[in-house]
Ligand binder design. Structure first.
Ligand code: ADP
Ligand code: MG
Length: 437
């Protein structure tokens, strides 16, 4: 616990010394919660996760909403040509502790374009949080450079760092709201810390409440909100200072699928309306599919794949990507797998099982009439599905074809303007009567 306090205090200093005095020990041993508390403290100067935090915040924010002169900065942003652009150049991160070294990131280079929704996916421990926390300098790279809107953020002084963090909003898996503050007060906090006037706060929080659909809840306390509503408050708070970048660390991981969809829809709307760059970390491919323009797959601190979502999903090259995609993949159903023969049977009564794959490349759609025509046979669809990502069809279909049908050479079906599938192969044979036509 002492260690946690030390971390908190030192991070706070980095944020510009906005709050004087010591810290009350957190009531939690949860390392992630402490990390996120630090993130928020650093970002706003005084936002922590639990009651101890709100106490601290109370003492820091005076009645008139002002803290100290250093904390004040223009809330309106100066326009920049590369506003919201993020560049990581050969970034490496090694954590050193008495227990030894952990190489969290190795030689990661990526350019995130202004206004794009960029997904970072990877298994637990892959380095996702370390990477996203470099963007607002909650973590410093051990090697390499991080440029935000064209600025090398390692060169910023404390005051500039506070200003940078106002231009970068952040939301978290566990929302990190102050439970002793109302929805209005939670959203107002970054503005208060920035020294905004009462009128400005009133107006801006009103707009934000409307944006996230919580105008009715302004006086409600977090304990009375659902998970989705709490995250909406988190989003509104992150947007309070009109940031150009929004960082989302597993922001939907604590939510059910339906709420996840509504939060993703809100993030998409915000991205469109405000032109804000969104960097989103998740371990769920379905989240990336739903919302991201491009995605980076991180594996053991290194880039496994990087590209447009449809390309990474349609033709995954790395084992880590394939593993993450497994829940979305149309695999062979168990009953079929149990009877599937790899070799062509000696007897005549069997069906040939053909798999057709669509990877999103070109404008290829599964045209069933063309498939039947090209295979010169009666074709029965027995399993599979086609999803759509960024307007492109991708998926896998399994069809059954009688043994007597002589299948054509598959190569021409996969090439040229007349191609009808990206990949087609016979995956096995099943004896009749199962799956007979
Ligand atoms: N503050 C830290 N000190 C030591 N090791 C850390 C620290 N933060 C993260 N790590 C380690 O770095 C690796 C990457 O962690 P993290 O970036 O949190 O991954 P992810 O968010 O993908 O789960 C993990 O092995 C983790 O244990
Ligand atoms: Mg993480």
């Amino acid at each position: 616990m002492i260690a946690a306090n030390n971390i908190a205090a030192s991070s706070f200093g980095v944020a510009g010394g906005l709050i004087r005095g010591g810290f009350i020990a957190p009531k939690t041993d949860n390392a992630a919660a402490i990390c996120n508390a630090i993130a928020l403290m650093s970002a706003y100067g005084c936002v922590l996760t639990s009651e101890f935090a709100s106490l601290q915040a109370e003492s820091a924010v005076k009645d008139d909403g002002r803290i100290n002169d250093d904390a004040k900065s223009d809330i309106a942003q100066t326009p920049r040509p590369n506003r919201g652009e993020i560049k990581l150049e050969s970034v490496g991160k090694i954590y050193r502790s008495s227990a030894g070294e952990v190489k969290a990131l190795n030689n990661v280079s990526v350019e995130i374009k202004s206004g794009e929704i960029f997904g970072i996916i990877g298994r637990s421990g892959a380095g996702k949080s370390s990477l996203i926390r470099m963007i607002n300098r909650l973590e410093k790279p051990t090697s390499g450079r991080v440029l935000v809107s064209g600025e090398d953020i390692a060169l910023l002084n404390e005051k500039e760092l506070v200003a940078l963090r106002r231009r970068i909003g952040m939301i978290f898996q566990h929302f990190n709201l102050l439970s002793a503050k109302s929805v209005f007060e939670n959203i107002a906090l970054p503005l208060k810390v920035a020294g905004a006037s009462r009128e400005h706060i009133e107006k801006r929080v009103g707009e934000l409440l409307e944006l996230v659909g919580l105008s009715e809840k302004r006086k409600t306390y977090p304990s009375r909100l659902s998970g989705g509503q709490k995250q909406r408050v988190g989003i509104a708070r992150a947007l309070a200072t009109q940031p150009e970048i929004l960082l989302c660390d597993e922001a939907t991981s604590a939510l059910d699928p339906e709420t996840t969809r509504s939060i993703l829809q809100l993030l998409r709307d915000i991205n469109k309306k405000l032109g804000i760059t969104i960097v989103l970390i998740t371990h769920e491919m379905s989240v990336i599919r739903e919302i991201a323009d491009r995605t980076l797959v991180l594996e053991r601190g290194e880039i496994a794949e990087l590209g447009e979502v449809w390309r990474v999903f349609g033709a995954p090259r790395h084992e880590a990507t394939r593993a993450l995609l497994a829940p979305l993949r149309q695999d062979l159903p168990d009953d079929l797998a149990a009877i599937l023969l790899k070799e062509k049977p000696k007897y005549a009564d069997y069906n040939q099982i053909v798999a057709l794959e669509y990877t999103g490349e070109g404008a290829l759609e599964p045209d069933l009439a063309r498939i039947a025509n090209a295979l010169h046979a009666k074709v029965q669809l027995i399993h599979g599905g086609v999803d759509r990502i960024q307007g492109r069809a991708f998926g896998r279909l399994l069809v059954s074809i009688p043994s007597e049908a002589r299948l054509p050479d598959f190569a021409p079906l996969m090439q040229g303007d007349d191609a009808l599938v990206h990949n087609i192969e016979v995956i096995g044979y099943v004896p009749l009567p199962d799956y007979s036509i």
